[in-house]
Design a binder for this molecule. Structure first.
Ligand code: FES
Length: 115
């Protein structure tokens, strides 16, 4: 059961929500469910408006997360990550710190989301 802590200047304080075990939602889905004002438009990984910074909490190694080509393209076009940086992270089987909230499926790990 992961804890997801949302922080933003748009909120008076950080909000931590608990995703139910087996929750197959995205960060954006969880945010909408709890009325957390993460920006979004297309909800399909195309526009990049839902880009958020994801920090892994705790001592565990972050779980591998494979980005779709659509998410990689949107993050590069949004200026959140450079293509060369993405290429290097793929080789290391790591995800970038910036992700699309509408594409990031929640895993069983605690994260902080900055938007
Ligand atoms: Fe458009 Fe997520 S809402 S990429």
């Amino acid at each position: 059961m992961p804890n997801v802590t949302f922080s933003s200047p748009k909120q008076k304080k950080d909000v931590t929500v608990y995703a139910v075990a087996g929750n197959r939602s995205t960060i954006l889905g969880l945010a909408k469910e709890h009325k957390i004002p993460v920006d979004f438009e297309c909800q399909d990984g195309n526009c990049g408006s839902c880009a958020v910074e994801v920090l892994h909490l705790g001592n565990k190694q972050p779980m591998a997360a494979h980005l779709t080509e659509k998410e990689k393209t949107a993050l590069v076009l949004a200026g959140k990550v450079k293509q060369a940086e993405l290429d290097e992270l793929v080789v290391k089987d790591l995800a970038p710190g910036w992700r699309l909230a509408c594409q990031y499926m929640l895993l069983d790990e605690d994260i902080a989301v900055k938007f």
